[in-house]
Ligand binder design. Sequence first.
Ligand code: SIN
Ligand code: FE2
Length: 208
Amino acid sequence: MKPLMLQEGCIWHPGWLDGRAQQDLLEEVRAIVRAAPLFRPVMPKTGTPFSVMMTNCGPLGWVSDQVGGYRYQPVHPETGQPWPPMPQSLLQAWAALAPGAPPPEACLINFYRTDARMSLHQDRDEADFNVPVLSLSLGDSAIFRMGGVERRGKTRSVKLASGDALVFGGAARLAFHGIDRVLAGTSSLLKEGGRINLTLRRVSPAPA
Ligand code: SIN
Ligand code: FE2
């Protein structure tokens, strides 16, 4: 399917990964999870656990806890080990969908069981908001909500399916976004059901 502009700076590429590529990426995600087990972050202020479980790959990973708040760090919060390297397929996706951007440093991998969700938020723990964020989805479809740069602004929702890519950069880089719900039974990629979302981010300032 042709790419669609959801709003200025936000491009949706339905079916960007074909079935084979989804299967291959899933195998790579499984290998990452074996080396860097899923953990459940908590909100910095309240200590409320997220409904998603997470891991990361790449030189940096996004973590959240009550002591240190939202941040990127080079090691897994529980094992203390460096994050596994970013698979070549993700670097290729970045080169294709964020051409000219400096290399990504973090890939946050979110695991949604069918009852998990992600409340509206901005991705703003990175140094350079000129660099886009690239999202790839696997498994069950989900209702993704995207608004503007004001929390109370108008929002619209789209159904992100397995294999879809979404790039938010430019005017949409700081747009509020979240997952309203996962649509159970919409994909057979994950035998247990649920959804995986990977977001690639540049964390530090672009090299001069
Ligand atoms: C996120 O904003 O971190 C995840 C978005 C998604 O799951 O599609
Ligand atoms: Fe996000």
